[in-house]
Write a protein that binds this ligand. Sequence first.
Ligand SMILES: [Zn+2]
Length: 118
Amino acid sequence: MRDLFMSTLRKAIAELLEQESFDLREISKRLHIKEREALDHLEHVARSVRPKRFIMEPACCLDCGFVFKKRDRLGTPGKCPICRSLSVSPPRFKILAPAKDIAHSVKKMAIGERLWKK
Ligand SMILES: [Zn+2]
């Protein structure tokens, strides 16, 4: 029963992220779970989302604008390494269609544009 509950939660998280981007707090509020739990589930979702793509918009410092680009962990950083500010916006997450589909539609668009210009 516990396993079923877990997989339902993960599915719910994946469905949220396919609609729009969310941060950890928003996910935990939506699903009525703790942020810590949301983080665990999110890590699982991130690993099992293929062929779709799990996208993280990096956290950034609200004081100096530093962007945590190199950070792989999904949790919110405690403080800015540059200015030591504690005002750090949490990373946001979303799930996009497989890269193949996107490449395909871009190609189709490019061909369409060529025809249009002739
Ligand atoms: Zn900073």
